[in-house]
Design a protein around this ligand. Structure first.
Ligand SMILES: [Mg+2]
Length: 164
């Protein structure tokens, strides 16, 4: 059972304490896309993801996307990010995780796997003794609600700016 337990559980990637990872000697992140960074119907990396990836990079982490999705999906998503990426990864199989380590030139114990699925992301990472972080799958409705909220916020702020 232990192979299915994540080391950490968070609501979303933005909430992951990156300093904590640094303090645990984590040097690189293996990232899932679908329902981890964006819902599966979002084709390109959104602003939140771009910002978060920039922050992760600026802290010195290496990054590799490891996704079971198609080449087309992963390439399109990665256009705005330009990070290492392995599509059609067949997680939880070891092969793509090992390839990611090779690309990032780090050891398993220096690597954190971040994903929304226990039987692919977490189990795959744990098999190789990586640090594993489970995030809650991004819910479609919730995501749309956030988008609507952002729009409303922008509207209010624009009005506010005009008044000033
Ligand atoms: Mg996923």
């Amino acid at each position: 059972m232990k192979k299915f337990y994540p080391d950490l559980i968070e609501d979303n990637v933005q909430k992951i304490d990156l300093d904590y990872l640094v303090n645990n000697n984590i040097k690189g992140l293996i990232l899932d896309i679908d329902n981890t960074l964006v819902p599966d119907y979002i084709k390109e990396a959104d602003d939140n993801t771009v910002k978060w990836i920039e922050k992760v990079k600026s802290m010195g982490f290496k990054i590799c996307i490891v996704s079971n999705a198609s080449i087309k999906r992963v390439v399109r998503f990665n256009e705005n990010l330009g990070v290492n990426a392995i599509p059609r990864a067949s997680k939880p199989r070891r092969k793509s995780f090992m390839k990611a380590l090779e690309i990032m030139e780090i050891k398993p114990e220096e690597t954190a796997v971040i994903g929304d699925q226990i039987f692919t992301d977490i189990y795959g990472g744990n098999k190789l003794n990586m640090f594993t972080v489970l995030v809650k799958p991004i819910d479609k409705k919730e995501f749309l609600l956030i988008k609507v909220k952002r729009l409303a916020e922008r509207f209010v702020l624009a009005k506010y700016a005009k008044k000033k």
